[in-house]
Ligand binder design. Structure first.
Ligand code: HEM
Length: 508
């Protein structure tokens, strides 16, 4: 037999064996489309300074289900409602843990918290604890008066700050933090100070914002593990320094709580401390876990709510017709002699629509929090490799022109009867607007976050007319974003609040 024939037979035989093997192992699916990666660093250079913007632009070219390679990590990006639904509903069980990252290791007590804990019994215990004490229907009702008191205090301070412009985000942050800590640890942590504001509070907000910026940074060591020890960008070093500050702050809170004279605490920290000696299998909590949980609540629960409120008031200032319409609703339901209460909220459909529209355009975690694929799976005919990081571009989904008419316009009416999204809610069931995520790892503090943003937005819109610092024209208000893990305004909102209710409303 000639050499040619032998070669031909070999090729045919090899092809048949290959086809047979493929038939046995099943068809191999392609990865979702995406930009071609560079050697070693992969697509890291494609992400840009604002990854939610960069990824949204890429999705225009490659579609709403994308594959990227960041260093040595497969990253899957969901950028439409139907793709997000696949991951957070159909395949949610497979995506119920978070990928390893330096933030969890160096700032969240090495995964001993709730936000980054792997899905499992420890995560369940921590989630249940926070839910029972802070977010359940009963906990929410029990602590209504605390939130109202804090919002009332903020309102009187604002009413007396006539000549000086106020940095709204800062003062609202004092309010959200104190409202939260009164439930968490039984007391306020910041004073109102001489001018109504505590310098310690500014420092604390700066710490939370820094934590979000560091957690949102694309840390090379997370994607190229061999380079972790080098800490090329210095991110890990900054995380360790910040962690020391937070740890001292939290240790101090726990010590003060233990030494407090108040006989019987009703707060979440008391329950957590009582679980320190609990049975090992029935939910014992260590000192570290307690601090990690407190840290989660401070980090996830304060700035998210205050920045969303700052965005809401910014939109209302920029859109005076909408502010007027909201004030008309508030005046007719609440009147002008008292402040809004939480009991009023259910009677304020226009407010509800304003808050939904704010969460749509300004979701406080634009790429949500990442998840990891525990096993490989198939989505819309594509192969999703085991161990891939999932990013859901919540920001881009809520601006998708296929879902929303004039998506960049602030138009609360779209959520009202007769509007394009009249029956859509923002609580993880309608995937075109999921500011709190969805599925098993949906935001644990959704009910509380939503309630406080509604109460604050309603109260600030009802109690004041707003003027921008230095008489700036509202149309010129800068609405640019600064990126961290959470979405801050690039230029903080600086305003003069002008009281519009009868004086007695501000002293209550
Ligand atoms: C404006 C308000 C808020 C927004 C937009 C928001 C958004 C989010 C998002 C997108 C996630 C990730 C969900 C996912 O993986 O699908 C999350 C998780 C979380 N949030 Fe929020 N959040 C807010 C307020 C709060 C508050 C007030 C608290 C607590 C006091 C809180 C505590 C948490 C915790 C503990 C997690 C982790 C849950 C887990 O991994 O099981 N959040 N949040």
């Amino acid at each position: 037999m000639s050499t040619w024939v032998i070669a031909l037979v070999t090729i045919v035989a090899a092809t048949i064996v290959y086809k047979l093997l493929k038939l046995i192992s099943g068809p191999s699916l392609p990865l979702p489309p995406g930009p071609r990666p560079w050697p070693i660093i992969g697509n890291l250079p494609h992400m840009g300074p604002m990854p939610h913007h960069g990824l949204a632009t890429m999705a225009l070219k490659y579609g709403p289900l994308m594959h990227l390679r960041l260093g040595f990590v497969d990253v899957i990006v969901a950028a439409s409602a139907s793709v997000a639904e696949q991951f957070l509903k159909v395949h949610d069980a497979n995506f119920s843990s978070r990928p390893p990252n330096a933030g969890a290791k160096y700032m969240a007590y090495s995964y001993q918290d709730l936000v980054f804990a792997p899905y499992g019994p420890q995560w369940r215990l921590r989630r249940k604890l926070s839910s029972v004490h802070m977010f359940s229907g009963k906990a929410l009702e029990d602590f209504t008066h605390l939130r109202q008191e804090e919002v009332g205090r903020l309102t009187s301070n604002l009413a007396s700050s006539r000549s000086k412009a106020v940095s709204l985000g800062q003062v609202v942050n004092v309010c959200t933090t104190n409202a939260l800590t009164r439930v968490m640890i039984g007391r306020r942590v910041f004073n109102d100070g001489n001018d109504g504001f505590d310098p310690k509070a500014d420092e604390f907000k700066a710490m939370v914002v820094e934590l979000m910026v560091l957690a949102g940074a694309l840390n090379i060591g997370d994607f190229i593990p061999a380079l972790e020890w080098l800490d090329i960008q210095g991110v890990q070093g900054k995380m360790k320094t910040l962690h020391k500050k937070f740890d001292a702050f939290l240790t101090n809170i726990i010590e003060e709580h233990k030494n407090s004279k108040i006989e019987k605490h009703q707060d979440m920290l008391s329950t957590m401390l009582s679980l320190k000696d609990g049975p090992e299998d029935g939910g014992r909590l260590t000192d570290i876990e307690i601090k990690a949980l407190l840290l989660n609540m401070f980090a996830a629960g304060t700035d998210t709510s205050s920045s969303t409120t700052e965005w809401a008031i910014s939109e209302l200032i920029k859109n005076p017709n909408i502010l007027t319409k909201l004030q008309e609703e508030l005046d007719s339901v609440v009147g002008r002699d008292r402040l809004v209460t939480e009991a009023d909220l259910a009677k304020l459909p226009y407010l509800d629509a304003v808050v939904k529209e704010t969460f749509r355009l300004h979701p406080s975690t634009p790429l949500s929090l990442p998840r990891i694929a525990s096993e490989s799976c198939e989505v819309f005919g594509y192969h999703i490799p085991k161990g891939s990081t999932l990013l859901v571009n919540v920001w881009a989904i809520a601006r998708d022109p296929k879902e929303w008419n004039n998506p960049l316009e602030f138009k609360p009416e779209r959520f009202l009867p007769g509007g394009e999204k009249a029956n859509v809610d923002i609580k993880g069931n309608d995937f075109e607007v999921i500011p709190f995520g969805a599925g098993r790892r949906i935001c644990a503090g959704l009910t509380l976050g939503l309630r406080i943003v509604q109460l604050l937005t309603a109260t600030l819109a009802h109690a004041f007319d707003w003027e921008l610092e230095n008489g700036l024209n509202p149309k010129k208000l800068n609405m640019d974003e600064a990126y961290g893990l959470t979405l801050q305004r690039a230029v903080p909102l600086s305003v003069h609040p002008r009281p519009r209710l009868s004086p007695k409303a501000y002293s209550s």
